[in-house]
Design a protein around this ligand. Structure first.
Ligand code: GRF
Length: 243
């Protein structure tokens, strides 16, 4: 029997996508297993879901790291392998020409949080990292250390809109307020930009005139729960065929 895909997961909240992935691993729709669930926020429902399924969990409290740094940026203990100029040159999350202090604060606080994530993640030797409602952008410091084989993507995300339309944190809200008649969701790999990486799969739904934002979200989420496991299984199959 071939090796199952070792999947790591990061969340920030309710974890309904995480649940869909857990269930798909259990019923064989995904030939893989979730080996950990990490969260940037303590006490969220998604952590409970993971624990119930017997999955290891951890928290890296981004909010606290950022708050402490606001009080004293010099108190940050930067990772030994963090090269500010290199990460600044690669990053595409904050526009060139933005306030230098803002870029410095962002990249340094994220490097500290991302090093903590990496320390937790590395022992699990994962094949794939899935972001399942993880509401933090990742910088090249983290991405390059997970995608350690050049040109091979290992971080997947689900986005609540038909990319490249409506990147950002409120895809369904932005789709609805724009007056779109079709909404959807996208699974893509993570690159240095915000929601810009290669697209793996998409699913669309009709928005009727009578639909409220809540209904749009419900329609979208129901499709997410199908699409994400399918895309993960596609990745698992491709990996297995290489072994
Ligand atoms: C989903 O809509 C997902 O597309 C977005 O965040 C939401 C997470 O929901 N990235 P859940 O935590 O999986 O229920």
């Amino acid at each position: 029997m071939k090796k199952k895909l070792r999947i790591g997961s990061l969340i920030s909240g309710g974890g309904t996508n995480l649940q869909a992935i857990i269930d798909s691993c259990a019923n064989g729709k995904i030939y893989g297993e979730i080996v950990f669930t990490g969260s940037d926020t303590p006490d969220v429902k998604g952590l409970e879901r993971a624990q119930k399924a017997g999955i290891d969990t951890f928290v890296v409290d981004y909010k606290k790291i950022i708050q402490d740094a606001k009080e004293n940026l010099n108190s940050l203990v930067l990772p030994n392998d963090f090269n500010f100029d290199d990460i600044k040159a690669k990053q595409q999350l904050i526009k060139n020409g933005a306030d230098g202090k803002k870029i410095e604060f962002f990249l340094k606080t994220r490097a500290v949080a991302e090093r903590m994530l990496l320390d937790k993640i590395e022992p699990y030797k994962i094949d794939l990292l899935v972001l399942a409602g993880f509401m933090r952008t990742l910088t090249p410091y983290f991405i390059d250390r997970v995608n350690w084989v050049k040109g091979e993507h290992k971080i997947m995300n689900i986005h609540p809109a038909l990319l490249p339309a409506f990147p950002g944190t409120d895809g369904y809200g932005d789709t609805f307020r724009y007056g779109c008649k079709v909404g959807g969701c996208t699974v893509h790999f993570i690159d240095y930009g915000e929601d810009t990486g290669p697209i793996i799969g998409q699913r669309a739904f009709q928005i009727e005139d009578k639909d409220t934002l809540d209904i749009v979200k419900q329609k979208g989420l129901a499709l997410e729960w199908q699409l994400y496991p399918e895309c993960i299984q596609k990745f698992a199959k491709a990996l297995i065929s290489k072994l």
